[in-house]
Design a protein around this ligand. Structure first.
Ligand code: ATP
Ligand code: MG
Length: 336
C-alpha cells in the first residue's frame, strides 16, 4: 500500500534526523531491503513479513514475525492459507513432545486383528501405518477401522487421495461396508482431493480445518504414497506435523502407504516409519498360492502383540482370517 503524503513526510523527517544523530545507523537502515522505505521496520513495534512463493507451479503463502517488541514470538516461517473461511496459520511443528497419553484402546474394526493386539486394538491417540503392495487390502482394512468408529457413534474422517467419495463407497460395499450410511448419518466425512491439486501446506491446512470442524475420534489418510511428487523431507515434515496435531487432540490416525513392487520385503523403507507407533505390513500371497493376503505387525510401541504372519482373505463380508496353512477355497471345500 503506498504511503500517504503525511506518512512520507514523517518518514523523511525521521530519516533526516537519523542521519544527523547517527549517520552509521542511518546508512545501515537505508540499505535494508525488507521494506520499501528501509525504515518502517525500525520504527514499528511489530513487523510481519509476508511471502508468496511458487515452487513447481504450486504456490504457498508464508509469514514470519520479524520482530515484536516486548514479547517472545515464533521465529519460523509459518505457511498460511486464505480461503472462504478466512485465514488459517499452521504451526510448523510443536515445540515439545508433550502430548497427553492414555492407555485406552481403540478397536481395529476386525476381531481377529484386535486379537493380534491382545484383544484390544491400537492405543487411542496413536499413529498407525498399513504398508504393502498394490491390492493388499490397505484401503479395506482402513475402512473397517472407520466403520467401527462410526458403529460406536464416534465421528471419523477419511482423507482420500486416490478415489472419489462415490467410488470409494462403492468399492468398500464390495467388502461388506456401507460407508454412505455413515456419511448420511453425519458420522463420516470423506474428503477427496488429488494430491497434485495443491501444495502439501494447503493439504495440511485443509486437513486441520476438517478436523477442527468435525472433531473426529479417528482419521484415515489413504494413501500417503500418493504425495509422490513431493520430496521425502516435505512428506516427512507434513506427516510429523499432522501426527503432532492429531495426537494433541487424542485422535487416532491411520495412514496407508503403497510400497513399490510386491510389498513383500520387510526392508522396504517407509520414510515416516519412525513417526509411527504401530506399523502393519501387508503382502499378497506369492504367485502359485491360492489368492489370499498376509498381515504381520512389525511394531506396536508400548504393548505386546502377535508377531506371527497371519493369512487372510477378502470376501464380500469383509476380511476373513484363514487358519494356518489353509486357503479360503480349502475351507469352503471342507464345508461344502
Ligand atoms: N468381494 C470381494 N471378494 C474378494 N476380493 C475382493 C472383493 N472386493 C474386493 N476384493 C479385492 O480387494 C482388492 C482391493 O483391496 P483394497 O482397495 O483394500 O487394496 P489396496 O491395498 O488399498 O489397493 P491399492 O494399492 O490399489 O490402493 C481388489 O483388488 C480385489 O482383489
Ligand atoms: Mg487403496
Amino acid at each position: 500500500m503506498p504511503l500517504s503524503e503525511d506518512e512520507q513526510r514523517i518518514l523523511d523527517e525521521i530519516e533526516r534526523s537519523f542521519y544527523k544523530h547517527d549517520p552509521a545507523f542511518a546508512r545501515n537502515v537505508s540499505t535494508a531491503t525488507l521494506t520499501r522505505q528501509g525504515l518502517e521496520e525500525y520504527v514499528s513495534d511489530c513487523v510481519i513479513f509476508l511471502d508468496h512463493r511458487v515452487t513447481d507451479q504450486i504456490s504457498t503463502r508464508r509469514l514470519r514475525v520479524v520482530k515484536y517488541r516486548g514479547s517472545s514470538h515464533g521465529t519460523n516461517e509459518y505457511p498460511f492459507l486464505i480461503d472462504r473461511r478466512g485465514i488459517a496459520v499452521l504451526p510448523v511443528t510443536s515445540l515439545q513432545l508433550m502430548h497427553r497419553t492414555t492407555s485406552a484402546r481403540v478397536p481395529t474394526g476386525l476381531d481377529w486383528l484386535d486379537d493380534m493386539f491382545g484383544g484390544q486394538g491400537y492405543f487411542r491417540g496413536s499413529s498407525v501405518l498399513f504398508s504393502g503392495g498394490a491390492g493388499t487390502a490397505k484401503t479395506t482394512l482402513a475402512a473397517y477401522f472407520l466403520d467401527a468408529a462410526c458403529r460406536r457413534g464416534e465421528r471419523a474422517i477419511c482423507f482420500q487421495f486416490e478415489e472419489s467419495p462415490p467410488q470409494y463407497a462403492r468399492n468398500m460395499r464390495s467388502v461388506g461396508l456401507k460407508l454412505d450410511h455413515w456419511v448420511r448419518k453425519g458420522l463420516l466425512r470423506i474428503h477427496a482431493a488429488r494430491p497434485t491439486l495443491y501444495g502439501l501446506e494447503f493439504h495440511l491446512a485443509t486437513m486441520h480445518r476438517e478436523v477442527d470442524e468435525a472433531a473426529p475420534s479417528v482419521v484415515v489418510v489413504d494413501p500417503l504414497s500418493s504425495f509422490i511428487g513431493a520430496s521425502f523431507d516435505e512428506v516427512n515434515s507434513m506427516v510429523m506435523r499432522l501426527i503432532d496435531y492429531l495426537k494433541g487432540k487424542n485422535i487416532t490416525a491411520l495412514f496407508t502407504h503403497l510400497t513399490p513392487g510386491s510389498g513383500g520385503s520387510q526392508e522396504v523403507e517407509v520414510g515416516v516409519s519412525s513417526l509411527i507407533d504401530t506399523w502393519i505390513l501387508l503382502r499378497n500371497s506369492p504367485p502359485g498360492e491360492h489368492g489370499g493376503r498376509h498381515l504381520s505387525i512389525l511394531k506396536s510401541r508400548g504393548m505386546s502383540h502377535s508377531s506371527d504372519r497371519r493369512a487372510f482373505e477378502l470376501t464380500d463380508k469383509g476380511p476373513v482370517l484363514l487358519p494356518p496353512g489353509r486357503t479360503l477355497q480349502a475351507i469352503r471345500g471342507v464345508r461344502a
